[in-house]
Each structure stands twice: as structure tokens, then as C-alpha cells.
Write a protein that binds this ligand. Structure first.
Ligand SMILES: [Zn+2]
Ligand SMILES: [Zn+2]
Length: 361
């Protein structure tokens, strides 16, 4: 709530300065396209957020409001269009925007695709190629589900987690440097994800599953897209990009794993869909020199992050996006606020919450 008040205070202050949103958008972005990033699209945000990471959800109704707002101020373009315009250094007459969906959940097909098709919006989906057509949940989401369950049923969850860590011979990651007496499941998941490579995380998830379990219906809500859905979406003008094979944080992995996840996922998609895949979204938005090189060597034309850092030597391989969810466009009193959306679009909030990562090592 405090964050929302600060955000809407900022947005209100900027509106009172008298500059029109459109002018500000053009000035701040100097003609560079705005790329919005979503994840899951659900019917009922409140219900789904009871056992999901809220910041990965947007309801169908709110997505429609976002798209309506964006469409009034920007021309929607495809990611290929953005790539060509940036390569040619062409400045558009009206600001441009693109819309992307990460992680490849089938709710995007169910809830977002009909809206995109009706409005003729050339969006993109970034899929995890090992998960397409399976019932597997992406590891970070699976870990969150298990931790959320453990936090609900264990009397002292931190002790329970410490015991599992000891059983697995893993070192307990207690903090990321910020003192927090009682971190919740989301914070623990983030710390684990950002600290450990994928293989110990998988062992941890199996051990948690053996202890707390998660019912099939909960997994079912997170079912990945199928190859048939991807074919249908691609034929309707949706760009299919890679988000790796299994969503590891590439900066935490070795060379071989990075190669599999970047070049391997491109090959998987191209073989199954018979298309050329030009776009890659870094899992968690994390990149460094080695991952950018791997993405370039794999033959991707553009790659997408989720912060404002760009590699001047590889500007098309470090294109920034604004990640949006249900509450991103809400004002202080909980209603949709065009002023807050304006700040999302011109990057005001990105500058407030600066990315702490060192991408160059
Ligand atoms: Zn992702
Ligand atoms: Zn950054």
C-alpha cells in the first residue's frame, strides 16, 4: 500500500507538471519502443493470487484495460518490427509499443490470445521449450508453490527448511544481505533462485514435494502451452520466442548449460514449429557478458531483459522491458490510473527501483 501511494504520488506530481503523457513518453524514450512484459493471465486475480506469485498475474479484465490504454497512445508493433526499426535507426511518428508474455503458461492462450486476436495486436510469447505440452510447472513457480504450502502447514517453517537443507547437504541460504526476521515463501524462493544453480534447486523441490506435496489441480492451473496452441498462435501473428529450455538463471550456470538453454531451445522451437526463432527473453531478466555472447552465438537477433541496463556493444541483445501485473496501473485508491500507467510507460518507476545487478562480470 505504501508503495502504491508513493507510486501514485509520483504519477500525480508528474501530471500536475502540465506535460502531456504522450510528450513525456516521447521525450524519455526518445522514440525507442516501449516493451511491456506480462506472465500469466487469469480470470480472477484475487482467487489465483491465493496460491500464486501475485506479481506474475494479471486478470483478463485488467489486461484489456492496459491494452486499451497502450493502444490509445502507442502503435502496437511486432518484435521483428522493433528489431528492424532499431537497426535502421528509424524514428517513428507515433510512439511504438510491443507486448510480450513470459514462461509459456496456457492461460495466455485461453485468456490473452482471444483479446490479442480481436484487437489485432501482434504480441509475443516466450516459452520454456522443455515444458511445452507437458504438465510441468516452471521450477521457480514450483518452488514457490511448495514453500507456500510448507509455510501454511509447518509450525516453524524456517526450521523445517533448515532440516531439509541439512538432509540434502546444502548450505542454508539465510539472507541476501537484508536483515529480515521472518522471510515469507516468496522472499525465500527469490533468495534461493538467485543464489543456487538449478540442480540443487531441483533436489530441494523434490524433497519439499515428498514432505508437503501439492495437489494436481493446483498444478493444472499452471499447465504450459502445447505445441498445437503455439502453432495456432503463430499462424495468427503471434511471435514465438525462447525463454530457454527450463528457466535457469543463466548467470548462475556453466558454459555447457548456457549453450543448451540458449542454442538448444532455439533448435527445439525451430524443429517443432518450422520457423526461424529470432527472439530470446533472459530467465528472470538476468544476463551478463557470457550469456549475451551465448545468445549472440546461438543466432538470436534480439534479446530482452527486465531492467534498464543496456550493453552498449549489444543494444539489440539487451532490450529492456517493463514487467506489468494486475496492480501495476492502480492508483492510491485501488482504481485504474492513467497517470500511473504513464509512469510505467516512461520508465519513471524503473529509475526509482534501480536494478542492483552487475551485468558486466
Ligand atoms: Zn520467466
Ligand atoms: Zn540491470
Amino acid at each position: 500500500m505504501i508503495r502504491r501511494l508513493v507510486k501514485s504520488g509520483l504519477a500525480g506530481g508528474m501530471r500536475w507538471s502540465g506535460a502531456s503523457l504522450l510528450k513525456r513518453t516521447l521525450r524519455h524514450r526518445s522514440g525507442a519502443p516501449w516493451i511491456a512484459g506480462y506472465h500469466r493471465v487469469v480470470e480472477d486475480f484475487r482467487r489465483s493470487s491465493e496460491n500464486s506469485i501475485a506479481a506474475t498475474l494479471i486478470s483478463r479484465g485488467m489486461l484489456e484495460r492496459h491494452l486499451e490504454w497502450i493502444g490509445r497512445r502507442f502503435d502496437f508493433v511486432s518484435l521483428d518490427d522493433i528489431g528492424s526499426r532499431l537497426e535502421r535507426g528509424q524514428r517513428p511518428r507515433r510512439p511504438l509499443a510491443a507486448v510480450t508474455f513470459d514462461d509459456g503458461y496456457s492461460d495466455v492462450y485461453e485468456h490473452a490470445f482471444p483479446i490479442l486476436r480481436r484487437r489485432g495486436i501482434p504480441a509475443a510469447v516466450f516459452v520454456l521449450t522443455d515444458l511445452v505440452g507437458t504438465s510441468r510447472v516452471p521450477l521457480f513457480d514450483w518452488l514457490y508453490l511448495l514453500l507456500d504450502r510448507a509455510w501454511k502447514v509447518w509450525p516453524s517453517p524456517m526450521q523445517g527448511l533448515a532440516r531439509i537443507f541439512a538432509d540434502l547437504g546444502l548450505e542454508m541460504v539465510a539472507t541476501d544481505g537484508t536483515p529480515d526476521a521472518s522471510p515469507g515463501p516468496l522472499r525465500i524462493m527469490r533468495i534461493l533462485l538467485e543464489t543456487l544453480p538449478q540442480s540443487p534447486l531441483e533436489r530441494l523441490a523434490s524433497a519439499l514435494q515428498a514432505e508437503v506435496g501439492v495437489e494436481e489441480c493446483v498444478q493444472d492451473e499452471r499447465r504450459p502451452l502445447t505445441w498445437e496452441m503455439l502453432v495456432e498462435m503463430q499462424r495468427a501473428g503471434i511471435t514465438i520466442g525462447s525463454h530457454s529450455r527450463t528457466h535457469p538463471l543463466l548467470t548462475r550456470e556453466d558454459r555447457e548449460k548456457i549453450l543448451e538453454e540458449t542454442a538448444g531451445s532455439k533448435r527445439d522451437l525451430e524443429a517443432r514449429l518450422g520457423i526461424t526463432v529470432r527472439h530470446f527473453a533472459y530467465p528472470n531478466g538476468w544476463f551478463n557478458a557470457a550469456t549475451v555472447r551465448a545468445v549472440e552465438a546461438a543466432g538470436y537477433r534480439c534479446a530482452y531483459t527486465s531492467c534498464r541496463h543496456r550493453d552498449p556493444a549489444h543494444p539489440l541483445l539487451t532490450l529492456s522491458r517493463t514487467l506489468l501485473w494486475e496492480n501495476s496501473g492502480l492508483g492510491a485508491f485501488g482504481g485504474f490510473s492513467p497517470a500511473v500507467m504513464g509512469c510505467q510507460a516512461d520508465g519513471t518507476f524503473d529509475r526509482v527501483a534501480l536494478c542492483p545487478l552487475d551485468h558486466w562480470n
